[in-house]
Design a protein around this ligand. Structure first.
Ligand SMILES: Cc1ncc(COP(=O)(O)O)c(C=O)c1O
Length: 326
């Protein structure tokens, strides 16, 4: 798997740590647990988007871009990491955000990721609906602007997680682990697609479980397959079979970004056993499924921590009500 032909800009610190989580494993009573810490990769408070952005912005710079435009929900982690990367690279950043989640209040609307977007110098356009977003987009688009898809999920962005798969498989191998189950959050899809494609191309004997936090599983699987095929095409490979991949959606609850009691309880579990903070939208709902799988698992199980800590603060009032001082 040679990714050297693709222009790439250095944004994160690699490899990210692969930490043992013995107290979490003991609490769940299942196999050994490892946490792949893609939440602590450096720039802009970190997270999974940096791996995609290394490829996406590498290409944008090669194309002579001076502006990056992208999209997301108000508390988009992708937008925040894109804004940070643009600050580092001296690019103008236009974030076209829409209110997709039924959450209100100062914490959600003004704190968390969105205050960081402003601090990184991005121009933030908050839109009520698709029509307003289209108009905002038209206004900021120009010939030296490059537009990135929501979540940075296209074939090129997927290569970031193909690289991550190789990194993780190497780290597991060094520990004598050649068969494991990797549990991955699935939103716009490229993280899971890259992990799935990368592990297949490496001929790795383990399995990948993608936990959808927004779309029905069948839809998420279709997106995963199409991103996997697109990324494979860029590498000159046929579409992957992905027989080692499972996609589930039963921990979404009432909807994307809407907290569930199970999500809060698993956030507490990770925090009190390992000192690890998950986010309410992605890693929290993924960890609900992870907790269920890990309790009955037979091989070592890896939790891919994709970040999102700033998003946690968007939900601060509810977190305080549950865990904070009375
Ligand atoms: C913290 C976090 N985890 C996971 C994901 C999901 O990754 P993907 O969009 O590649 O499926 C996102 C995407 O926004 C995210 O911000």
């Amino acid at each position: 798997m040679d990714l050297s032909a693709f222009p790439r800009v250095a944004l994160g610190s690699w490899p990210t740590p692969l930490d043992d989580a013995p107290r979490l494993a003991a609490a769940l009573g299942g196999p050994p647990i490892l946490i792949k810490r893609d939440d602590v990769n450096g720039l802009g408070a970190g997270g999974n988007k940096l791996r995609k952005l290394e490829f996406l912005l590498g290409q944008a710079l090669e194309q002579g871009a001076d502006t990056i435009i992208t999209f997301g929900a108000l508390q988009t982690n992708h937008g925040r990491q894109t804004a940070a990367a643009c600050a580092k690279l001296g690019l103008r950043c236009e974030l076209v955000l829409t209110a997709k989640v039924p959450m209100e209040g100062d914490a959600y609307e003004r704190s968390g990721n969105i205050v960081l977007d402003h601090m990184f110098g991005a121009n933030v356009h908050v839109c009520a609906d698709a029509e307003e977003s289209a108009a905002a987009y038209e206004k900021v688009n120009h010939d030296k602007a490059v537009t990135l898809p929501t979540g940075g999920s296209n074939g090129l962005g997927t290569l970031g997680y193909v690289a991550a798969a190789a990194e993780l498989v190497g780290q597991l191998h060094e520990r004598g682990i050649d068969n494991a189950l990797v549990v991955v959050p699935d939103g716009s899809g490229a993280t899971a697609a890259g992990m799935a494609l990368g592990t297949e191309l490496l001929g790795w004997p383990g399995t990948v479980h993608a936990v959808s936090v927004s779309h029905p599983a069948a839809e998420a699987e279709q997106v995963l397959r199409s991103l996997g095929a697109e990324a494979a095409g860029l590498l000159g490979e046929p579409a992957p079979e992905l027989g080692h991949v499972t996609v589930t959606d039963d921990t979404v609850g009432p909807g994307y970004g809407v907290p569930t009691p199970e999500m809060w309880s698993v956030l507490k579990l990770f925090a009190e056993t390992e000192g690890v903070v998950l986010d309410p939208v992605y890693t929290g709902k993924t960890a609900v499924k992870f907790r269920e799988i890990a309790a009955v698992g037979e091989v070592p199980i890896v939790f891919l921590h994709t970040g999102g800590l700033p998003g946690f603060y968007g939900y601060a009032p509810e977190a305080v009500a549950r865990f904070g001082p009375a």
